[in-house]
Write a protein that binds this ligand. Structure first.
Ligand code: NAG
Length: 433
């Protein structure tokens, strides 16, 4: 009798074990729909793409550039701070989701999606080509698809692994030698003057590793840190001055950002606020039209949360608007509203609406029998039985407002945009869905 019982329990345990693994797996590696192909404006029924203020992009990543490294009083980024306080640069803290290591962060910055822990595994299996983004919709693919689109890349060779066929010219540096603080960066900087003269690319990516290496070896308060920040700031100055003086660069958007931050010990990978708070600065003399500048350097009450905090994934749809291409298909980010004043009201609505419909396409792919078509708005969306139904309810309310006849009064566009923004903010924030 006793033997029978233990045999039975053994069987039960063996059934429960795989079930437990499955349950864990489905939570830890959630199902994400993947929409193949490049986005087009007609996917989101945009009649006329709003005209873009920029046509070229300089994208400068400084590995592990934590927000305070640029914005605090102890920062070596003096020139950048001057740009921020005069309005030529618009600063943000970009929230990097865990895992805070380079490859998944580049995925988030380029596709606008939110990579899972699966990407960590792929990050270490570096020879694995399934990790490549060559066939995904990213802002790189969109820039390349433009007429005469060419890209160049200097720095961390992770980009070359992710985009093996994208770049016309490239020089990768390896992140393997962590004790190297200068050669990895000099190998990037030596290409900059020549490339700034070249007129054949529409996106240049630079990825500096030195600051991250200093963090790993000697921590964020290392005596090497300040001079390295000064060095990076000098490169910002060099590029900005060319944007001001050269006509072939006058519609160039310049972005300075970190892929993630670092903790007090100079390491990263986890989810402490130091690791997840990266700097993100949009730079161009054109921004003086919409900004009078904000005080910089500055202090912050909350650890590392300087200025407006955005998600890293918000970069992809924002670049789409600023550079004039459709929002990448698998993007979950939201256009950063600080830039809306660059357009007139009708175009603002097109931008926000295009972003909303693009995310809606993902929601529809995720929830097969979604209630979106023709669903009626309830009085109180909070009473909806599931989060999808709640989203459908809010969407119906927002689009209901869009279809109201407004008689061409431009002020109403503002209202419409506000309704759409509300839908986004209550539902598409990562972690809530
Ligand atoms: C820097 O460039 C030189 C010349 O191309 C190369 O020999 C060296 O390995 C590079 N260093 C790094 C860290 O990539």
């Amino acid at each position: 009798m006793k033997q029978k019982l233990s045999a039975f329990l053994l069987v039960v345990a063996n059934i429960l074990l795989p079930l437990a693994i499955l349950t864990f797996g489905s939570g830890f590696f959630p199902y994400k729909p993947f929409l193949p192909g490049l986005a087009e404006y007609r996917d989101v029924e945009i009649e006329r793409a709003p005209e873009a203020p920029f046509d070229r992009l300089v994208f400068m990543v400084v590995d592990a550039l934590r927000s305070d490294f640029v914005y605090s009083h102890a920062s070596g980024f003096e020139f950048t701070q001057r740009l921020i306080s005069t309005g030529a640069a618009i600063p943000f803290t970009a929230h990097a989701t865990s895992p805070t290591i380079t490859m998944p962060r580049i995925k988030a910055l380029t596709t606008g999606s939110i990579p899972s822990f699966l990407d960590v595994i792929l990050n270490f299996a570096e020879s694995d080509t399934t990790a490549t983004l060559a066939h995904q919709d990213t802002w790189l693919a969109q820039m390349q698809a433009k007429k005469g689109g060419r890209l160049v890349m200097y720095g961390d060779d992770t980009w070359l692994k992710l985009f093996p066929t994208t770049f016309t010219r490239a020089d990768g540096t390896s992140s393997f030698f962590v004790s190297d603080f200068s050669e990895v960066d000099n190998n990037v900087t030596r290409h900059v003057p020549d490339e700034l003269e070249n007129n054949d690319w529409n996106a240049m990516i630079m990825h500096y590793l030195g600051l991250d290496h200093i963090g790993h070896k000697t921590g964020p308060r290392s005596p090497h840190m300040f001079p390295k920040q000064r060095e990076m700031d000098n490169i910002v100055q060099q590029i900005y001055e060319k944007l001001e003086s050269d006509t072939h660069l006058q519609s160039t958007l310049f972005i300075l950002c970190g892929d993630h931050g670092m903790n007090d010990a100079g390491n990263h990978g986890g989810s402490s606020s130091g690791e997840t708070s990266a700097a993100l600065v949009f730079i161009s003399p054109k921004f003086k039209q919409i900004s009078n500048g904000v005080p910089c350097p500055c202090k912050t009450d909350e650890e590392f949360q300087f200025y407006n905090v955005v998600e890293q994934s918000d970069l992809a749809p924002t670049l789409a608007g600023l550079l004039g291409f459709p929002v990448p298909r698998n993007n979950l980010g939201v256009f950063i509203s600080d830039f809306l004043p660059l357009w007139e009201d009708k175009d603002k609505l097109q931008l926000v609406l295009g972003n909303a419909r693009q995310i809606l396409n993902i929601v529809k792919a995720t929830f097969a029998n979604s209630p979106f078509e023709g669903s009626a708005a309830a009085e109180n969306c909070d009473l909806a039985t599931s989060s999808v139904n709640e989203l459908a309810c809010r969407w119906a309310r927002a689009t209901g407002h869009l279809n109201e006849r407004v008689g061409g009064v431009s002020g109403n566009y503002g209202q419409k945009i506000a309704r759409l923004t509300e839908v986004f903010q209550s539902n598409s924030a990562p972690g809530k869905t």
